[in-house]
Design a protein around this ligand. Structure first.
Ligand code: ATP
Ligand code: MG
Length: 424
């Protein structure tokens, strides 16, 4: 029997990797334009890191983490998200002491969930975190940055922004008590999941997909009435920047997010185009987290976007430029004794034309079969090196995507000609 991959952990095949590279390139470009720096950290961390940051009674820590003992008997966990690791790395390397940091990372995350469209066990996130800034201006910057990213990807018409404020930990505790009071009195009307959460993580009930539970919640106390004046002011200022910048949003008072560390601002970008897994980007402010993980108090705010879901959305909307799938520009065909010369010519051309992608035919074969490969390669030009051409130091140029007669040119002029024919 052939050994198979682990369920929910997919291979990324060459026909999809071009879209991924495109997506990652656009994201990296937008982040660079806002002055964010990349940070990389390990995929494995001590289990304690995630327990302490994400929270013991969250879905992630309770049932989704890949946790195991290594050979020394230490409990390790494959990272289920990036914020905790990012804060750990910043604390450990002294990046947060009296400094502002604007950071991003990209990499695989691991959660033992039921695999389905847009939900995997190894998935990929680009995360963005900003440290050292208290005010709503940085919250707004992150949202403006994401709005610009959706425009660059041509998916802005398909995503909407939801925002909420969670206030402080104390506000949430007061709200939590009021919510538990309200829901306890109606316990028998709650769905099974929500009954279970009533005492472990009642605010997650607000997220319930159960329509009956949602209807019940219409009369529940609203978090908005519990948040303190500072959080309220912070939220109002954030809203006014979004208004001024023309970024539309909905205030969703039931948006609480699944991790314990958030405070004040939380947000999600959601789409209707992907079915149930509609959140493509989510985040919020986490002012207590750095201290909770052993650092000096330092405010933070950030988000993560799910790359699988973004790729699904790009494909669904058909907005990936055709050129993205094209991986070479010029295909070198060589017949007969010219074979070895083609490789040498390829090297010369790569030196002369650094912006052009060449593929040299390898493995011999008839002229006809080589031309077929040239066509299939997606190249726009085939260079033909037959015995005559080799002898005369010329090359045949065949235009594969244009109705244009074949030309013969001198090899010494070829590089310059290609540079004018193919402009990025
Ligand atoms: P969901 O409600 O969909 O489970 P979440 O609240 O658990 O999402 P976060 O922890 O905030 O998600 O992660 C941020 C983003 O990462 C999500 O909005 C989503 O795009 C992506 N994501 C999270 N879990 C998965 C997964 N198992 N497979 C694919 N993408 C995921
Ligand atoms: Mg989840």
């Amino acid at each position: 029997m052939k050994i198979q991959s682990i369920r929910g952990m997919n291979d990324l095949l060459p026909d999809q990797s071009t879209t991924w590279q495109y997506l990652e390139r656009v994201i990296a470009d937008v982040l660079a334009r806002y002055g964010y720096s990349e940070i990389r950290f390990p995929i494995l961390e001590q289990t304690e890191l995630f327990k302490r940051s994400i929270g013991e009674v969250t879905d992630i820590v309770e049932k989704e983490m890949y946790t195991f003992e290594d050979r020394n008997g230490d409990s390790l966990t494959l990272r289920p998200e990036g914020t905790a690791s990012c804060v750990r790395a910043c604390n450990q390397n002294g990046l947060l002491h009296n400094q502002i940091q604007r950071l991003w990372y990209n990499g695989p995350m691991f959660r033992h969930e039921r695999p389905q469209k847009g939900r995997l066990r190894q998935f990929h996130q680009v995360g963005v975190e900003a440290f050292g800034l208290n005010g709503p201006d940085i919250d707004a910057e992150l949202l403006l940055l994401t709005a610009r990213l959706w425009k660059a990807l041509k998916i802005d018409h398909a995503v909407t922004l939801q925002i909420n404020s969670l206030g402080t930990a104390a506000d949430r505790a007061a709200y939590r008590a009021a919510l538990v009071d309200f829901l306890s009195a109606r316990q028998d009307q709650l769905d099974e999941d929500s009954q279970r959460r009533l005492h472990s993580n009642p605010m997650r009930i607000l997220d319930s997909k159960n329509t009956h539970t949602q209807a019940l919640l219409n009369d529940a106390p609203s978090l908005h009435d519990f948040i303190d004046s500072e959080s309220r002011e912070h939220f109002e200022q954030l809203r006014s920047v979004l208004d001024a910048a023309g970024v539309s949003y909905q205030v969703n008072s039931r948006l609480v997010r699944g991790l314990d560390y958030y405070s004040k601002t939380v947000f999600e970008w959601v789409t209707d185009s992907l079915g149930a897994q509609g959140t493509v980007c989510a985040g919020g402010r986490y002012d207590g987290l750095v201290e909770q993980l052993g650092g000096k108090p330092c405010p933070g705010v950030g988000f993560a976007m799910g790359l699988e879901r973004l790729v699904l959305l790009l494909d669904e909307l058909g907005v990936v430029p055709d050129s993205v799938a094209q991986i070479i520009d010029v295909y070198l065909v060589a017949v007969g004794a010219a074979d070895a010369q083609a490789l040498v010519l390829g090297e010369t051309l790569r030196s002369d034309c650094p912006n052009i992608r060449f593929q040299t035919h390898c493995g011999a074969g008839s002229f006809k079969s080589q031309m077929k490969k040239a066509d299939k390669s997606g190249a726009s030009i085939a260079l033909i090196l037959g015995e005559d051409e080799a002898q005369n130091n010329t090359v045949g140029i065949k235009f594969l995507r244009e109705d244009r007669p074949q030309e013969t040119v001198d090899q010494s002029e070829l590089g310059q000609l290609l540079n004018t024919l193919i402009k990025d």
